[in-house]
Ligand binder design. Sequence first.
Ligand SMILES: [Zn+2]
Length: 146
Amino acid sequence: MKDCFCGCGRRIPRFPLDLRGLNERGREMSDRLAWALDLNIASVPKDTEPTIHRAVEAGADRTEWMKEGFVLVAELRDAMHGVKDADSIPESPSERWQAEGQYLEFLAVSKSRLPPLSAWLKGHPEAGRELARDSSTPTRSRTPNP
Ligand SMILES: [Zn+2]
């Protein structure tokens, strides 16, 4: 894939070498996030709501997973846009996120009879791109009101 995963039309250069890999990862993650949103795998985290005890099932805290997904997708998109240095993006959080997402997909398909990501994508080919474009980079320093 040579175009930015957010659908902005930017060409992703061949060099540095890891840029297209990051772009591919961003696409996979935004697709998965869009799938989870559409099927109500988890609700969209809102800063004003308490997030503890919500949507925790089978060891997976889905709200946290959603929240982290938006952060990671926004980071990858910013890297594609040159806003962020691609070297500053570590690999392990998104790998762990993907692994957890695959587990959530397994649960959704086997227990709730929901369509797997691959099948869902056929009917929603643009959903991941739209999500990636709209994802805002959250301010990490924000603290909840006491
Ligand atoms: Zn873009």
